[in-house]
Ligand binder design. Structure first.
Ligand code: COA
Length: 408
């Protein structure tokens, strides 16, 4: 990807480096056709805030009970971001973990995608903030808005960019601070959501495996069943929108429930067919963690035994785009995934959107390389310095080089 920030005033050395880089395989193809490659998941990381909010605590805020919430959703507690935490800070922590397990330096990244329904701002993209904080100086970065299906959309796009040779390494993050977009007086929604982030690094390989297939879907006719109505161009922020809680999540739970049980099975089946596989070939189902009844219904329809389904929503609630990568990370940490295993990730969300991906896991457990970790810690510290210097230089440049007066 282009070295965006420095492209304004490229030094001769930088131009030479860019030209050389473009000639390397996988870094822009100079018009040459590329042989298709495989996009493997080579790194993974997650971040969950420390603060736990239990059902009992929510029952002190709205009229509900632990029994009702557990019976209807399977959720027992969720994590809530601290005041100094946000989508970008959690995405950054998960990303550092993913670069660590991939044993990759930030400058090796070509692309950063942050899937989020609760981004840091409308713009700039949270992905750009992560790019800057990591010091991923060669990466393009953008946010992806597909709600809870966002991470699957992200790995699907990244895998295709890697397979065609247009990039080598991509960081795909799902990160959410939904606690800031909840109406804490609405018992139908405030019980469901939690905060957190999960990230993966994808890289190229000639060995078959990695993202074998993906299916993406959308049905905008259902957009109003799950939405944050205000804050965009249709309904800009005003005292009324704030007073009427229109910047918070609005949901028709029953409609979403019916939609979810239908598309989970449909998307999973299509992704398997595309990969030329059946459910018997799948070692582990990693579903979006929205509601245990939705997960059980999908598992039943797919004839997947409960022990081969990853479920962690009892501890984290629905973390939207972060839920699948967090569940994947936990499954890896618990030793539930071995090289050669095929995983089926499937999700659904606002939009309405849905997606599924079949992944053949090829990564081995990460090796301890303390000096490489220390080097990365130094690189992160340098990234902070670089960011400050660039800001400072931008101020100075604006002051020194005023644009010519009109007509001059
Ligand atoms: N505690 C106690 N009662 C509650 C409640 C709560 N937290 N939330 C709703 N209720 C009440 C309702 O007011 C309703 O009362 P009424 O019959 O007197 O009107 C009753 O419980 C049944 O409500 P209903 O909405 O039909 O419950 P449900 O069985 O559909 O469960 C959800 C509600 C939200 C748990 C369920 O619909 C769901 O999980 N939907 C999917 C949501 C989702 O996954 N969203 C994210 C998608 S990414």
């Amino acid at each position: 990807m282009a070295d965006t920030p420095d492209a304004e005033h490229p030094s001769a050395l930088r131009l030479l480096a860019t030209r050389l880089k473009r000639k390397m395989p996988g870094n822009g193809n100079g018009g040459r056709p590329h042989r298709l490659r495989y996009a493997h998941l080579i790194g993974w990381g997650k971040y969950l805030p420390e603060k736990v909010l239990t059902n009992a605590e929510i029952a002190q805020m709205v009229e509900t009970s632990d029994e009702w919430i557990v019976a209807r959703t399977g959720i027992r507690e969720r994590r809530i971001a601290a005041e100094d935490e946000s989508t970008a800070t959690m995405a950054l922590s998960a990303s550092r973990g993913a670069l660590e397990t991939a044993d990759l330096n930030p400058a090796d990244l070509d692309l950063i995608i942050v899937a989020s329904a609760s981004p840091e701002h409308i713009f700039p993209a949270t992905a750009c903030l992560v790019q800057d904080a990591l010091g991923a100086t060669s990466a393009g970065a953008f946010d992806l808005s597909a709600a809870c299906s966002g991470w699957i959309y992200g790995i699907s796009l990244a895998a295709q960019a890697i397979a065609t040779g247009s990039i080598d390494h991509a960081l795909v993050i799902g990160a959410e601070t939904l606690s800031r977009m909840i109406n804490w007086e609405d018992r139908a929604t405030c019980i469901l959501f939690g905060d957190g982030a999960g990230a993966v690094v994808l890289g190229p390989s000639d060995r078959p495996g990695g993202v074998l297939s993906s299916v993406l879907g959308a049905d905008g006719s259902g957009g109003d069943t799950l939405s944050v109505p205000a804050g965009g161009s249709r309904m800009p922020a005003s005292p009324e929108t704030v007073k009427n809680h229109l910047h918070t999540i609005h949901m028709d739970g029953r409609k979403v429930f019916r939609f979810a049980t239908r598309v989970m099975r449909q998307a999973a089946t299509e992704a398997l067919e595309k990969a030329g596989l059946t459910m018997d070939d799948v070692a582990l189902l990693v579903p979006h963690q929205a509601n245990s009844r939705i997960i059980q219904s999908a598992a039943r329809a797919l004839k997947m035994p409960a022990e081969r389904v990853v479920v962690n929503l009892d501890r984290y609630g629905n973390t939207s785009s972060a839920s699948i990568p967090i569940a994947l990370c936990e499954a890896l940490e618990e030793g539930r995934v071995q090289p050669g295993d095929r995983l089926l990730a499937v999700g659904f969300g606002a939009g309405l959107t849905w997606g599924a991906a079949v992944i053949e896991w090829m990564a081995k457990p990460p090796l301890e390389r303390p000096w490489r970790s220390r080097l990365r810690a130094v690189l992160y510290a340098l990234a902070r310095v670089r960011s400050r210097l660039r800001r400072w230089w931008r101020h100075l440049e604006t002051w020194l080089f005023r644009p010519p007066a009109p007509g001059a």
